[in-house]
Write a protein that binds this ligand. Structure first.
Ligand code: FAD
Ligand code: DLZ
Length: 508
């Protein structure tokens, strides 16, 4: 009897474990475009189009390699809505020995798969997901018994394990981390480098028409230019290495008003679909440094994001799920403002970040962390609502990576497991890192008054509201010293303004 290998839409890697475990002469593969997956959050249209286009291109490659592929095309009227429906229907058509998958990217999907023995009466094997450098068991071993699970220590371990930027047992340049040199404001020079754009071929055009006509979605479809095959993703990688990597470090934290990408790579969607491997992007960056084409602060900064943050975030997700998703350590109760979806707000930094999100299904890390994230933190948004937003709106968003970044890093809703202090900041930070404030209707220098930057009052109010949690955190000592210098009357006025801002948030 044949085995059925189900490939999830974000696991299009050429080293997928199924391709080694199954036999193309006997077994068959399944890929499915499914309404349950397009519906569970209101995804960006470009995200759905990217996944479908990449799946369809991958199907053709697998068939060319001699695999039999059962491909389920999206049909809004189909009864086959979920992975379970699709696998169940195939099992009704033909007997199979077992269903084989690789570890999915979402706890929700793993839970569904684990039910199949019971629901569908079939044996199920779950193989490792080879899209990562660190197997989950290694992360669990690293985490076991540690009091603190800080990324920096995990990252050093990963540098040693991969040998990236190592000189024997020591980090090249004598330092593990060059972040201190990576906080420059960008003033228009050097000119920004944009990601490589790919025009839609026949397959992608068909998918874009399908999404436009048949699938409810968020955001714009026009301008879709993502790489949808491994060959395209490799070209996007080379383009990034030569055009943007040299300046990636210096301007990693910059917040320019007019630039959507600056020197960021936009490689996350390709990495997360398995079109690129994390080691090949790191090797390409390391080689640029070896050849003198990119400085160490840039290359180290980039490699840290990939073998550090990306692997660590995934490790935390699988270590802590499913309880992790329930976290609300700061007791937040505010709804997400409706303008997170429309972008209609007078706060320039938020308007620019949301506008870029709507146009590109992309915003760079500092926009996600210090603009849309910071505002939700200061406002006190219910973590589940802001998590749903991030999961929906970005082309690179899957639960394993979105959830710890949003719930942990941004909202501090995991009680500080992931970040030693909340990334709370006033308008001053946004002003320092870019030029949004110069174009804003609110005055960043003011905290009180109708025209004062809302970030300011909300920031002081955040510190005051959460004094009990954070006052004794040494990394926040300076913030509390500044708060304590404020006279009582002024603080009361600021807190009243913060209350008014919360009540009238939809009008900001
Ligand atoms: P670059 O700035 O060029 O960085 C290079 C690569 O490093 C990225 O492609 C990515 O693979 C990796 N990386 C960098 N930071 C992180 C991080 N914190 N976690 C994981 N990988 C990282 N990233 C996602 O891939 N999917 C998400 O759903 C996602 N949601 C996020 C939500 C919030 C609230 C925040 C603060 C961050 C989120 N990130 C997410 C991390 C990061 O913002 C994106 O990976 C990055 O902006 C993608 O753009 P880029 O490819 O140009 O990245
Ligand atoms: C995000 C997504 C979307 C929009 N559509 C599909 C789909 O139609 N078929 C599919 O196999 N996967 C899709 N995905 C990704 C899944 O929601 C989920 O993130 C992965 O299965 C986890 O590995």
């Amino acid at each position: 009897m044949p085995r059925l290998g189900l490939i999830f839409g974000d696991q299009l890697n050429t080293d997928h474990a199924l391709l080694y475990a199954l036999d193309p002469d006997q077994d068959f593969l399944v890929l499915g475009e499914l309404a349950a997956e397009t519906d569970y959050v209101p995804h960006h249209g470009q995200k759905i189009a990217l996944i479908f286009a990449a799946m369809r291109h991958r199907r053709a490659e697998l068939e060319a390699d001699g695999w039999t592929v059962h491909y389920h095309h999206f049909d809004p009227d189909s009864d086959l809505r979920s992975f379970t429906d699709l696998v169940g229907a195939l099992l009704a058509e033909q007997k199979v020995e077992e269903v084989v998958v690789s570890w999915p990217g979402e706890w929700r999907v793993l839970d569904e798969v684990r039910g199949w023995e019971q629901v569908l009466g079939v044996a199920v094997t779950v193989l490792p997901d080879t899209r990562f450098v660190s197997p989950l068991e290694d992360f669990q071993r690293w985490a076991a018994g540690r009091k603190s699970l800080r990324m920096e220590f995990f990252y050093r371990e990963m540098r040693r394990r991969t040998g990236l930027l190592m000189d024997g047992k020591q980090p090249v340049g004598g330092q593990w981390n060059f972040d201190a040199s990576n906080r420059k404001r960008w003033r228009g020079e050097p000119p920004s480098a944009r990601p490589m754009r790919f025009s839609a071929d026949e397959v992608t055009t068909e998918v874009l028409e399908l999404v436009a006509g048949d699938i409810p979605h968020f955001g714009d479809l026009e301008g879709f230019d993502y790489p949808v095959t491994r060959a395209q993703a490799r070209r996007a990688l080379s383009h990034f290495i030569s055009s943007a990597l040299p300046h990636f470090g210096d301007f990693q934290d910059a917040l320019p008003d007019e630039e959507d990408y600056l020197f960021h790579s936009r490689l996350s969607s390709s990495l997360n679909l398995g079109l690129l491997t994390p080691m090949e992007v790191c090797h390409a960056a390391e080689q640029a440094w070896q050849e003198g084409a990119a400085p160490l602060n840039a290359v180290e900064g980039f490699i840290r994001q990939v073998i550090g943050w990306r692997e660590y975030i995934r490790g935390i997700y699988w270590l802590k799920m499913p309880e992790y998703a329930e976290g609300n350590a700061l007791g937040n109760d505010q709804p997400l403002p409706a303008w997170y979806w429309s972008g209609k707000t007078g706060m320039r930094c938020l308007q620019r970040a949301i506008d870029a999100t709507r146009r590109n299904a992309y915003a760079h890390h500092i926009q996600r962390l210090m603009v849309t994230g910071n505002f939700a933190l200061l406002l006190g948004v219910v973590p589940a609502e802001i998590c749903e937003w991030y999961l929906a709106v970005y082309a690179d968003a899957y639960d394993w990576v979105e959830l710890p970044n949003t719930l942990g890093m941004v909202m501090h809703a995991d009680g500080g497991l992931l970040a030693s202090k909340p990334y709370a900041a006033s308008g001053k930070y946004i002003q320092r890192m870019g030029d949004h404030c110069a174009h804003c209707r609110y005055r960043v220098a003011d905290t009180l008054g109708e025209d004062a930057c809302p970030f300011n009052a909300l920031y002081w109010d955040f510190l005051a509201r959460h004094r009990a949690q954070f006052q004794s955190n040494p990394r926040m000592a300076m913030m509390y010293r500044n708060l304590d210098r404020m006279d009582e009357e002024r603080l009361a006025a600021i807190r009243a303004r913060a209350q008014d801002l919360r009540a009238g948030v939809e009008e900001l």
